[in-house]
Design a protein around this ligand. Structure first.
Ligand SMILES: Nc1ncnc2c1ncn2[C@@H]1O[C@H](COP(=O)(O)OP(=O)(O)OP(=O)(O)O)[C@@H](O)[C@H]1O
Ligand SMILES: [Mg+2]
Length: 213
């Protein structure tokens, strides 16, 4: 299988603080890779580099043949630790303004178990999130981000603790939705819960700026 994500002598520093040191890795199409490691070890930093949200301070990172942020962003779906919601309606936050059939939107809302909550809102899916951001729970925000990723349907899925703000019951349900999202895709999944990585092809541990497999 072809390599779709790779890093060559990849380094990253925040100012003088070196987080990742001269890392080499290759991820093949369709592989599921788990990333584990202590808090602060650089897992989210690594994922942000893969997502094009950060640029390497040394070496190269390549995702689906792209090395620029503009190129990479089109090729990936991501759910990050902090769901990135914009001052838009729920619907716009899920579709990112794209013209999508209502049936497809309803599908991802059901899959992420957002339907009950959205139905309870006066304006439903057209509820504006801008000035209500504080009224939205971390779990709801996270599920909106997952719904957005499902709708985008990219071949590469980047996950950073996608269920960290959810209770046990919702976690189980959302994990089922994530399983469907990940079917047949290349997945890089950062988590503190190794039990979520059962059946993965590889587990990488990040320690003191380096990768151990
Ligand atoms: N914007 C920033 N500026 C400076 N340092 C940062 C910044 N973001 C993160 N760091 C530092 O970089 C290191 C790696 O952070 P990162 O978020 O990648 O860790 P992590 O492995 O994802 O941790 P966690 O498991 O807690 O999510 C930490 O020491 C953190 O304090
Ligand atoms: Mg993190």
């Amino acid at each position: 299988m072809e390599t779709v994500i790779y890093g060559e002598n990849l380094s990253f520093s925040y100012k003088e603080k070196e987080i990742l040191k001269d890392i080499n890795f290759a991820i093949k199409k369709g592989e599921r890779v788990g990333i584990v490691g202590e808090s602060g070890s650089g897992k989210s930093t690594f994922l942000r580099l893969l997502a094009g949200l950060l640029s390497p301070t040394g070496g190269v990172v390549s995702v689906a043949g792209e090395t620029s942020a503009e190129g990479i962003i089109k090729k990936i779906s991501m759910v990050m630790q902090d769901a990135m919601l914009m001052p838009l309606t729920i619907k716009e936050n899920i579709t990112l303004g794209k013209d999508v059939p209502v049936s497809r939107i309803e599908e991802v809302i059901k899959a992420t178990k957002l339907d009950k909550w959205i139905d309870s809102l006066e304006y439903g899916i057209d509820t504006y999130l801008g000035d209500r951001a504080n009224e939205i729970s971390g779990g709801q925000a996270q599920r909106i981000a997952i719904a957005r990723a499902m709708l985008k349907d990219a071949d590469i899925i980047l996950l950073d603790e996608p269920t960290s703000s959810l209770d046990k019951e919702t976690t189980t349900e959302v994990l089922e939705a994530l399983d469907r999202l990940m079917e047949g895709k290349t997945v890089v999944h950062v988590t503190h819960h190794p039990d979520l990585l059962k059946g993965y092809d590889r587990i990488i541990t990040v320690k003191e700026g380096r990768f151990y497999e």
